[in-house]
Design a binder for this molecule. Structure first.
Ligand code: TXA
Ligand code: MG
Length: 373
């Protein structure tokens, strides 16, 4: 199945979107087209959630396997009742506290939502975004809108209209462009059909905030323990290799001093082997690579994890554009939004995590060549 169209970028004010532009985009959704819209997390690739043909277009243009279910975006509580069966315990409290916002809930799916949306599962993922443009667009469309992140499968999620164009130009009708995404990483996904509920994907709503409402929420041990993470998890769509830049990404774990020293020595080894190297650095360390022939991209201070999260996917894309073969990055704290940053880095590294605490060099395979780093 193919969908070839002329993609139009529609600029919108992020606080006060133009009614006429929103109406144009909303009409396209109702007609069965594809509209990319900004949310507070990342840009979403939207289609009418009730329209099975439009849903199939999403999978086709993203090259996304049909086994990876989509999130349905809502603009009202009455729409929640339309798409999901009775709410399990905790649902109401979480919705009251975090909607609209970066929290997705897994609930029981009503039959009006085609099975294709949920990869045939009896469940449906729902969220109400808080970005003013997303809300205006969803209200005007009047139907729930299924939307994955608006990137090609396995690419980093898009946080600007430019990123979307790089991946999907000619395959979506409109891109509503409201500037960079404020959070820069996807929503947190919580499965409420388990007791206790499970955090399937850490994201824009932190585990600490979630536990303040539902203290029993559990999370994958892999978010905290790197060995488990590398061994692989978990729910549909949570492949270990995901969110990956084209370049091979290596994450360095340990104390900041050891991480810095090992990133420098590894960069030198890779440069000597003729590889071009990019560094995703915290602001604190960005100056420490100046004497090496590497491309440095600063994520901002490690004290400001919201800023690091906002920059993360854009920086991966920048380093890909710079043409590097390998990207080296240090680990960040897992507090607050840091858990989502850790998750995205581990997935982008496809399990290539260099543990620096024991001072032993580690074998890392990059494009089937082995390096001692
Ligand atoms: O912030 C976000 O969530 C963005 C914006 C556009 O809203 N959307 C997004 O969608 O990240 P996507 O498709 O890239 O990620 C959806 C995640 C996947 O990990 C998928 O496996 C999970 O949600 N998911 C969706 N439906 C599910 C279901 N019924 N059961 C379990 N997991 C589900
Ligand atoms: Mg995605």
């Amino acid at each position: 199945m193919e969908y070839n169209v002329k993609t139009q970028i529609l600029k919108v004010d992020q606080e006060h979107p133009d009614d006429a532009v929103i109406a144009l985009a909303a009409r396209k959704i109702v007609e069965g087209g594809l509209v990319v819209f900004p949310t507070e997390t990342v840009y979403g690739l939207g289609a009418n959630a009730y329209d099975e043909d439009a849903i199939r277009l999403i999978f086709a243009v993203k090259h996304r396997p049909a086994s990876d279910p989509l999130i349905v975006h809502l603009s009202s509580m009455s729409q929640l009742g339309d798409v999901a069966e009775e709410l399990p315990p905790h649902a109401r409290n979480l919705v009251e506290r975090f909607w609209p916002g970066p929290l997705t809930l897994i609930l029981r799916r009503k039959p009006v939502i085609p099975g294709a949306v949920s990869a045939g599962l009896p469940t449906v993922a729902v969220r109400m975004p808080r970005h003013p443009v997303a809300l205006a667009f969803l209200r005007k469309a009047g139907v729930p809108v299924a939307a994955p992140s608006a990137n090609l499968f396995m690419h980093p999620s898009p946080t600007t209209a430019g990123h979307v164009l790089d991946d999907l130009d000619g395959h979506v009708d409109f891109i509503l462009d409201a500037g960079p995404s404020p959070i820069g990483m996807e929503s947190s996904v919580v499965d409420l059909l388990h007791d206790p509920p499970i955090l399937l994907r850490p994201g824009g709503t932190s585990l600490e905030e979630l536990r303040a409402i539902v203290p029993t929420i559990t999370s994958e041990p892999g978010y905290f323990d790197l060995q488990t993470a590398v061994a692989g998890a978990s729910s549909p769509g949570m492949l270990l290799r995901h969110y990956s830049p084209r370049a091979a990404l290596l994450m360095f774990a340990g104390t900041p001093d050891k991480v810095l020293a090992r990133m420098r020595s590894s960069a030198t080894t890779l440069l000597e082997a003729g590889r071009s190297v990019g560094i995703l650095s915290s602001g604190e360390f960005a100056q420490q690579f100046q004497d090496l022939d590497v491309v440095v991209n600063s994520l901002g201070s490690m004290q400001d994890l919201h800023n690091v999260g906002r920059n993360l996917f854009a920086s991966m894309r920048d380093l890909d554009k710079a043409g590097v073969d390998v990207i080296l990055v240090g680990e960040f704290s897992t507090k607050g939004i840091g858990l989502a940053i850790r998750d995205r880095l581990i997935r982008a590294s496809a399990g290539r995590v260099v543990e620096t605490s024991n001072d032993c060099l580690q074998t890392c395979t990059i494009d089937s060549q082995s390096f001692l780093l």
